[in-house]
Design a protein around this ligand. Structure first.
Ligand code: FES
Length: 134
């Protein structure tokens, strides 16, 4: 069973100016490309690709995030759905192969280097606090 999840916003446009082509959103287009590539992807058992309604960065489509219970989650934006699927899967491979989930920017495919926007710590790394302490 896959222990990593690639979240893909199915609602994103092809760009900030173009929501759909032939009635298909950029995010759904990207999901279809990823689905095709996953058929022969050697990491398919490690990464579940999950379409989601929105990643709340709608002004910078397309958006994806890679996540794991004990690794930081990384958010990527401004991805071009026509030609980024292979680069996304390469980024996923590097993330899976890293025990910490940390991948140096220069190791990522070029399209992913400029697209990485945020790193959110793993929940497993959170310090438990009393609600009264905030
Ligand atoms: S529509 Fe894709 S992030 Fe909101």
């Amino acid at each position: 069973m896959a222990d990593h999840v690639l979240f893909v916003c199915k609602s994103c446009g092809f760009s900030a100016e173009e929501d759909e082509r032939n009635g298909i959103s950029g995010g759904n287009f990207l999901c279809d490309r990823l689905k095709e590539k996953c058929e022969t992807w050697q990491y398919v058992d490690r990464v579940a690709v999950q379409a989601v309604g929105c990643l709340c960065i709608c002004e910078q489509p397309c958006a994806i995030a890679i996540s794991h219970p004990t690794k930081p989650t990384f958010l990527f934006v401004n991805l071009s759905p026509e030609n980024v699927a292979a680069d996304i899967l390469k980024m996923c491979e590097l993330y899976v192969d890293s025990d910490s989930g940390m991948v140096s920017r220069h190791l990522l495919p070029e399209s992913m280097q400029v697209a990485r926007l945020a790193r959110i710590p793993a929940l497993a790394d959170a310090t438990p606090r009393s609600p009264a302490l905030g």
